[in-house]
Design a protein around this ligand. Structure first.
Ligand SMILES: [Fe+2]
Length: 382
């Protein structure tokens, strides 16, 4: 077959490059967004990036050097496209890995002899997996950046990245998601820059992420291995539960033109939350439990908010961190219905949480670095 194709190669712009037994054009893709690290876990992390032309992709990774390979094959096929999201799995907890992303251009897709291009490689970066055995951990949280990239950048510049294991964005990064391009330009590009390719993002969906023509594509750019925007993680002495507080208005509100189905979605989520609190061993074994969610009042629940509070209280959560109201607030346990510290960050606030076996230390500052609040939560007794 090859001589025939060699002849074709002479007649067309394709060449036989890199000793590949199929046609390869002398054209190289560009990595135009990312890579950024999403949804860290103890055994896995997702790497997301974009290329300027259709490619298939992989992540090379390893402890000493990136000599192992992860791809994102689906149904026996490597996806070909501009957006690339690879879940790197089978990792050791608390281990630092070196990694690079690789995208190979697919010039013309055909049943036989697809015409390929050259590959783009990122520099070698690193990531560190979460680890429940780590005695002390730290994370930072921001919220409601609402497409204000200067605010997002200003806040993240205040973060002590050397001592921060991951960034939490508590939602409403957008007013409404106008386009898939806006997902990068208004949020993920400045986040990627702040994370510097080495720190992961823990994403919490806000009500404004449920709006606009790009809302239905959000999960493609923020893909979560659970396939949903509510999930749990462990890191150090903290068991994290991330909730999706959905919309803040009734499904039947006219502005949504009957396109929303949050009532059933939230009921399923509440059932999951209840099951998780009842059956997850880390809910009782972890020294601390932290809720991360956008709306402090659980969002629109069709008047079922008390059920959510009851589950959270029964789960003995120590701290809930939210945004949404655009006003800082710290409600002490027992001050209202909540049996936990309820911290609500404003759009100009940065929270830093340091967790050790004995205490959670919380410090909230402004974009200018002024202190807003600090408090310590001691580990509960048996
Ligand atoms: Fe909100």
């Amino acid at each position: 077959m090859r001589p025939t194709l060699c002849l074709l190669a002479v007649l067309s712009p394709c060449i036989w490059a890199q000793n590949e037994p199929f046609p390869v054009h002398e054209t190289r893709p560009l990595i135009v967004n990312g890579p950024y690290l999403l949804a860290p876990a103890e055994d896995s992390v997702t790497v997301v990036w974009m290329t300027d032309t259709p490619c298939h992709s992989k992540v090379l990774y390893g402890v000493e050097s990136p000599n192992r390979e992860a791809d994102h094959a689906e149904h026996g096929l490597l996806p070909i496209g501009l957006r690339h999201a690879v879940r790197v799995t089978g990792l050791e907890a608390g281990q630092t890995y070196r990694y690079r992303v690789v995208s190979t251009r697919v010039v013309k897709m055909k049943s036989y002899w697809p015409e390929m291009g050259l590959q783009a490689e990122s520099p070698i970066y690193s990531f560190t997996t979460l680890d429940r055995k780590k005695p002390a951990v730290s994370f930072s949280a921001i919220t409601d950046t609402h497409e204000d990239t200067a605010r997002l950048t200003g806040l993240t510049k205040r973060i002590d990245w050397a001592g921060t294991d991951f960034l939490v964005h508590l939602g409403d990064a957008f007013h409404g998601i106008e386009s898939e391009e806006a997902i990068w330009s208004k949020f993920l590009d400045p986040v990627t820059k702040a994370l510097a390719f080495i720190r992961p993002l823990l994403f919490v969906r806000g009500n404004h992420e449920a709006r606009g023509p790009g809302a239905r594509s959000l999960a493609d750019y923020v893909p979560l291995p659970e396939g949903r925007f509510y999930y749990a993680r462990d890191h150090g002495p903290v068991h994290f539960v991330v909730l999706d507080t959905g919309e803040d208005k009734d499904d039947s509100t006219n502005v949504y033109a009957r396109l929303n189905r949050f009532k059933s979605y939230r009921e399923e989520e509440l059932a999951w939350f209840d099951r998780h609190v009842r059956s997850e061993r880390r809910m009782t074994e972890a020294p601390f439990r932290v809720l991360l969610m956008h709306a402090p009042n659980w969002g629109w629940t069709d008047n079922q908010g008390a059920k959510w509070t009851e589950v959270a209280n029964r789960g003995k959560f120590d701290l809930a961190i939210s945004g949404h109201t655009h006003r800082f607030a710290h409600t002490l346990p027992g001050q209202k219905d909540n049996a936990y510290h309820q911290l609500v960050l404003g759009p100009e606030n940065l929270a830093r949480v340091d967790a050790s076996e004995g205490e959670l230390r919380v410090a909230v500052t402004t974009r200018e670095g002024e202190a807003v609040e600090s408090f310590t939560i001691a580990k509960r007794g048996p």
